[in-house]
Design a protein around this ligand. Structure first.
Ligand SMILES: Nc1ncnc2c1ncn2[C@@H]1O[C@H](COP(=O)(O)OP(=O)(O)OP(=O)(O)O)[C@@H](O)[C@H]1O
Ligand SMILES: [Mg+2]
Length: 177
């Protein structure tokens, strides 16, 4: 995994606003394990009430990322794609609510399923968050995953000071180098 830092890499994202600023950060993970590891690093930093909005196409690595997130949070149970249920709850020191918006009929269904209650009790990670943007909290940490050669490009966008600080910790962390 590497931070998107070289001139060549930076130039690939010049059309993409706000990369590598205080509220955005892009990394390229070059294998599945590093996508999981990145999730694990975030898992050690999240707090109840955090909403993680995971966006990106089929197979981009959203569930891999949540697998690491769960590991970093120390929650119970194996993470699986929640595609056939709206949400899977993983109890732990902080509860993890792992939701998937792919098969929802409308964004309102996420609210009806209990989004607000999940946020009161723990951390919410939502796959296919781009489909339910309208009902997500405006301070959600946005995580865009996309294909980048044989690996994945992962872009974090923070909307709160605390999430900016989380990104600062991640940027300084050398666990993927
Ligand atoms: N950095 C990486 N480099 C190469 N392959 C990766 C990387 N990260 C994840 N993968 C692979 O990409 C796939 C991601 O699967 P995953 O189920 O996590 O995707 P997803 O975004 O949750 O898909 P869906 O939209 O179907 O829920 C897996 O096959 C995994 O091994
Ligand atoms: Mg998935």
């Amino acid at each position: 995994m590497k931070t998107v830092a070289t001139e060549k890499e930076q130039s690939m994202y010049t059309d993409d606003a706000k990369i590598n600023t205080e509220d955005s950060w892009a990394v390229v993970t070059d294998c599945t394990e590093h996508t999981v590891l990145l999730g694990k690093c975030i898992g050690a930093l999240v707090q109840p009430g955090d909403c993680l909005a995971l966006c990106g196409p089929l197979g981009a690595g959203k569930t891999n990322f949540v697998t690491g997130l769960a590991e970093g949070m120390g929650v119970e149970g194996r993470v699986a794609s929640p595609s056939f249920v709206v949400m899977r709850c993983h109890p732990g020191p902080i509860y993890l609510y792992h939701a998937d918006a792919y098969r929802l009929g409308s964004p309102a269904e996420l609210e009806e399923a209990g989004l607000d209650e999940w946020l009161e009790h723990g951390v919410v990670a939502i796959e296919w968050a781009e489909l339910v943007e309208d009902v997500l909290p405006s301070d959600a940490l946005r995580i865009d995953l996309g294909y980048e050669g044989d690996g994945r490009r992962i872009i974090f966008t923070a909307h709160t000071g605390r999430h900016q600080e989380m990104l600062e910790v991640l940027k300084r962390c050398d666990c993927w180098e």
